[in-house]
Every structure is written in structure tokens, then in C-alpha cells.
Design a protein around this ligand. Sequence first.
Ligand SMILES: Nc1ncnc2c1ncn2[C@@H]1O[C@H](COP(=O)(O)OP(=O)(O)OP(=O)(O)O)[C@@H](O)[C@H]1O
Length: 282
Amino acid sequence: MTREDDKDMASEPTTTPAVIAENVGKVFPGKKGAQVTALEDIDLTVARGEFVSLIGPSGCGKSTLMRLIADLDQPTSGSLSVFGKSAKQARLDQEYGIAFQQAGLLPWRTVRRNIELPLELHKVGKAERAKRSKELLSLVGLTDFGDNFPDQLSGGMQQRVAIARSLAESPNLLLMDEPFGALDEMTREHMQGELAHICAETNAAVVFVTHSIPEAVFLSHRVVVLSPRPGRIRAIVDVGLGTSSERTDHLRESETFFAAVSEVREHLHGSPDAVPMGVDNR
Ligand SMILES: Nc1ncnc2c1ncn2[C@@H]1O[C@H](COP(=O)(O)OP(=O)(O)OP(=O)(O)O)[C@@H](O)[C@H]1O
């Protein structure tokens, strides 16, 4: 039986949201007994197949929230569930894929073997691994690069490999923390288009951290604007640009796009022209 069959037989109803955060807070112990409240009262539901971006000033807790969802850390208050399971159970069941700013590829493995790594770790057989990596190489447009090593690829191509690897186990949820943060602007826009295409193909839900307002708007169904630390949800903007399959470059010139960019910016800083520290307006 494959993992796909496993998933089909899972008891979770298909209406169970991808993520539910209820009243989530996170306090870190600071120096000399002082405490750092990173997050407060976070209530957020991410539906299956939904693309939600988190945006806010530097240090407002975006990465912390991501780490809590991924069970890399635990909330100090409130509760979190992922597909109706505890964050820990969802991690154990490999319910999500992760892609962060640094592609994090293993330089001594070929592109194909990097993509196959999660499958190898979970003892998926050789033939099935080869089939899956072939599909994924095609999905991210790297069919001809499977036998290359990461340092033979551009930054954008490496990031595509990382995304392919995060999709290896067909997760219904992707957690992406500034995956395009290290790329130049042109490559970044290209990658945004690629990601929209991948989301349309896989129908995975995505929680995406970014500092770029246009990036958040181009990709997301909803943009969650966080306040300066302690991070609270200041506003949630419904972008209204349609499904992921409709996110093509011409949308960047549309009135709906500009209106959503202005709305997010206003929530971030209270005026259409102001941009808070750590948020990229381009
Ligand atoms: N392990 C930790 N111990 C103590 N404080 C922490 C820890 N991790 C994060 N913090 C603090 O929590 C706050 C939120 O950090 P976080 O990295 O989540 O912010 P962010 O919004 O992702 O920032 P940036 O946009 O700059 O990446 C910061 O004040 C940070 O110093």
C-alpha cells in the first residue's frame, strides 16, 4: 500500500481545515528572567487548498508561528491542529512539506537524489522513488537536470529543487518561510509564477512567510497582516485574484492587484505610502 492509499483511507473528513490556530501565544524566556512575548491571541484557520501569507514587521513572530505549526517549537498558550491532528502527530504523519529561505540541498547528492531524500528516509522502494522524482523534476521544470549537482544550478533552480523535495511525499500542506528571499527580483517573480502553477496542480494548502507585499498578494487567497511584536493579527485581507491557476503575470498590472497591495500596506502602517521596517514594498 502506498502513502497515497494511506491518506485516502485516513479518517479525517475532507472538510477538516489544514490548520487551525486558536488563541495561540508564544513567550520565550529572555535574558536575566525577562520574557519575550513573540505571539499573542493568534486565531487563524487555513482551509484545504488555500494559500495564506503571513506578513508583518521584522521580529513580529512570523517564523515563530510557522515553527509552531511545524511542531519545531510549542505554543505557551492556546492550541494548534493540522488536518485535525496535534502538530506533533501531523509531523509524525508527514502531513506537510517544508521549504525555507536557504534551499538546504545536500551538495554531494544529485538533484534527483536530493528530491528522493525524504522518500529514502521513509523507506520508499527504489522504483517508486524514481517514478516520483521524475514526476517532480517535470513539475518544477528541471527534467534535464536530475543528474546535476546543486552547485551546478542557479539559485532559482536550487530553490525549485527544494520545492520539489518538499512535495516528494504529496503533502496536503506546504510551510514556506521566505523561500524566495535570497533570489533576485526577476527570478523571484518567475518563481512566484511557478509556485502558483504548482499549487494549482497539487491543490496543497500553503502557509507562506514573506516580507514582500506584492509577492504575498500575487500568490495568496488571503494575506494575514501581523502587528509589531508581540505579533497579533491586525487584519486579514481577502485578495480576490481568483484561484492559483489564474495567477498569471498579467494580474500584476490589474486594478485588483494594486488595490490589494494598497490595502495590505495600509493595514501594515496605517497609510497607503508608508512601509514599516523589514517589509519590502517592491
Ligand atoms: N528561540 C528564541 N528564543 C528567544 N527569543 C526568540 C526565539 N525565537 C524568536 N525569538 C524572538 O521572538 C520574536 C519573533 O521572532 P521571529 O523570528 O518569529 O520573527 P519574524 O517575524 O519571523 O522576523 P523576521 O521578519 O525578521 O524574520 C523576536 O523578538 C525574536 O527575537
